[in-house]
Structure formats: C-alpha cells, structure tokens
Design a protein around this ligand. Structure first.
Ligand SMILES: [Zn+2]
Length: 377
C-alpha cells in the first residue's frame, strides 16, 4: 500500500513538472528543478512529510472536492481553514457565504480540517457591532471553530469617521478579543504586511511582484498611512490587554525581515507565537547558520503554515500539484541539505533535527490551537 501511495505522489509530481516546461527537471536533477526540488526528492520528501502527520495552520479552502480530500489523506495532513472578509476580493466580501463554503469543505474532510472563523471589520463602526460579532463567533465556536482571524484591512484599509486608519487595538474590537480569550480560542493576527509595503519599489524584495499585482496594499506614497510600527504596536497592545489570549502572528508576525525584533517579541510575550506561512523566503534569505540558530531557539513558538488556497475557480489537479510542490519544497528546505529555491532565493536546506521538525509541523500547532486535530483523533 505504501508503495502505491509513493508512486501516486511521484506520478502527480511528474505531471506537475511536465506542465511547467520553464522549470524542467528529471529525477535526481538538483540543478534547477521546480522550487529547487527534483521529482524524486519530491516523492521522497512528501513521504517523510506525511510520516510526521503534518498540520498546516494557515490555509484558505472554500471548496469541497474528492480529489483534494484524497490529497489530504495521502499526505496525512491536517488544515486550519481560515476565512476573512476582504472587500477588495469579489469572493471574500460576505462572511456568511464564506463560512458556509468553509464549513461544507470541513464537513467533507473527514476530520482533516478545522475552522478558523473571522469577523467583518468593515462593520466595526455600526451600532451594536461587537455584540453582533460576538454572537456570531460564539455560534461558530459551537460549530467547531477553534480560532478567529483578524486581517490587515484593520490598520491598512479601514478608516474611522475622521479619516484616520483604524488600528487593531481599536476599542470597538476589545470585547471581541475578550470573548475569544474567554472561550479559550486562538486569535490569528495577520496585521501589517512586509516592510516592502512602506518602502520604495525594490525588485530584489521577495514581495516585489505581490505589490506590483496588488497596488491597493502598497502603502508607500499613500497619504498618511498608519506606519507599520504603529500597527504592530497596536497588535502588541492587544496581547498586553489580554494576557490570557493566545495570539498567533501570521506570516512571522509581520516581522519577517527583522529576526531580532521577532525574537524580542517572543521573549516579551509568552502568549505569542508565529506561523511561517508565505514567509519561508525570509528564512531562506538568512545566513544558514542564523536561520538554524533562530529556529532552534524558538522551536516551541514557530508553527508551520503555507497560505495555500483552493477555491471555486481553481483547476483541481493544478492546485493539488501546487500544494504538493509547496509541501515538498518546504520539507526539503526544513528537513534536508538539498539546495532549494524559495521564491527566487536559493538556499541549502536547514536539515533541522527530527524532534524540532515534529514541533514545527505538528506539536506546536496542537499547543497553540487546541482542538486542531478535530474529530479525526
Ligand atoms: Zn492567509
């Protein structure tokens, strides 16, 4: 059975490689394959990845599909399925429909996915906002939600009546944070963005193409934006006001380019951990010894996540290939000494010890997100 699973993954990997001729690779070729990971290494890596019973704490799945669920089974993978309200994205404007799409997927996943709900912050100045949001959250908790996400639109988009950017510690949101803590759920905070958003265009930045494609979130040159420091300070204020609230800072807590600052935060706030979603490139950019030292020191506070998505308009097999290639790449970077290309940054894999890999990919998620294994266990 194991051999069959192995061949299935290998076949999928090869199909995927065939679809991207600009990154041709053959088994054993470590020169310039997709994401720097050869097909052979992809299959082997995914098998090792699956053996750890990995948990991806940062995924956005809004669609139920048997082939996708089969991949979750094949990789022995658990997901935290996160929704958020984003008025810039036509499919993400309505909390209720996102909730039902996510819950439908979660119910179909055989216990492999659990729910991270959200609030609609665009309504935060409506009368009765907090009470209404809390009623909805508590309903979501009853339906199995284990976490609540706040997003960068708080700090980078939504303004108050005076035209000032609203910050994450706005008093209108305070009762919501208290409710999350009272229910022993986790707050996922993606607030602010990489430094690049506030800086002049830099083609060498890992985020350059993101801001080219998403100028809405490019704060540089906008009139009177909240500074990144102000936004992060407001996030820190939430942790100070709610010492009993677990806060997971998405994307290395938006301190991806400043590891000493991230270390300082992890030292100062015992209720704070970070996910590594979509910021592996920043670890790959560090000198290898520094990346290893940082991860070893904070091995209980770093949680694996990807920010992978699966939605209505996606081609199913292409998406499955992307998901598998991402996991294979991350595994190669974290667990092996292979040369890996992470979003344009070539790095030698970190070859972390197995107990540390297990913490990052499994144990820490269970600690910081109680209930994340759902009803599968
Ligand atoms: Zn995300």
């Amino acid at each position: 059975m194991k051999v069959l699973v192995f061949s299935g993954i290998l076949a999928a990997g090869m199909v995927a490689l065939g679809q991207q001729p600009q990154h041709q690779a053959i088994s054993g070729d470590l020169q310039a394959p997709v994401s720097g990971v050869s097909a052979g290494a992809t299959a082997q890596g995914l098998r090792a990845f699956a053996a750890i019973e990995p948990i991806d704490t940062h995924a956005h799945v809004r669609r139920s599909d048997p082939a996708f669920n089969a991949m979750l089974d094949r990789l022995n993978l658990h997901l935290l399925d996160i929704i958020l309200v984003n008025d810039q994205s036509p499919g993400e404007r309505d909390l209720a429909s996102e909730r039902s799409e996510a819950l439908e997927f979660i119910r179909s996943s055989g216990g492999r996915a659990v729910f991270c709900t959200s609030i609609d912050p665009y309504k935060m100045h409506n009368p009765g906002f907090a009470g209404h949001a809390i009623r909805e959250l508590n309903q979501d908790f009853k339906q199995g939600a284990i976490a609540v996400k706040i997003w960068k639109n708080i700090g980078m988009e939504i303004k108050d009546a005076n035209g000032h950017y609203v910050l994450p510690d706005d008093p209108a949101l305070a009762p919501i944070y208290r409710d999350i803590a009272a229910h022993n759920k986790t707050l996922v905070a993606h607030v602010a963005d990489p430094d690049s958003s506030w800086a002049p265009p830099d083609p060498t930045s890992p985020d350059y193409s993101y801001y080219q494609e998403n100028p809405f979130w490019y704060m540089y040159g906008k009139p009177d934006p909240a500074s990144k420091q102000q936004i992060l300070k407001a996030r820190d204020h939430i942790m100070e006001q709610n010492p009993g609230l677990r806060v997971v800072g998405a994307h290395l807590g938006s301190m991806e380019a400043d590891f000493p600052l991230l270390a300082q935060h992890l030292d100062r706030y015992p209720n704070f951990a970070v996910d590594m979603a979509a910021r592996m490139a920043y670890l790959a950019k560090l000198p290898r010894a520094d990346a290893i030292a940082f991860i070893m020191k904070y091995q209980d506070r770093l949680i694996y996540g990807t920010d992978l998505t699966f939605g209505a308009n996606d081609h199913v097999q292409e998406k499955i290939d992307t998901w598998e290639q991402t996991y294979a790449r991350d595994w190669a970077f974290l667990a092996t000494t292979e040369t890996v290309v992470v979003e344009g940054n070539t790095a030698k894999g970190l070859a972390l010890p197995e107990d540390v890999l297990r913490k990052i990919l499994h144990d820490n998620a269970i600690h910081w997100f109680p209930g994340i294994l759902g009803n599968a266990h």
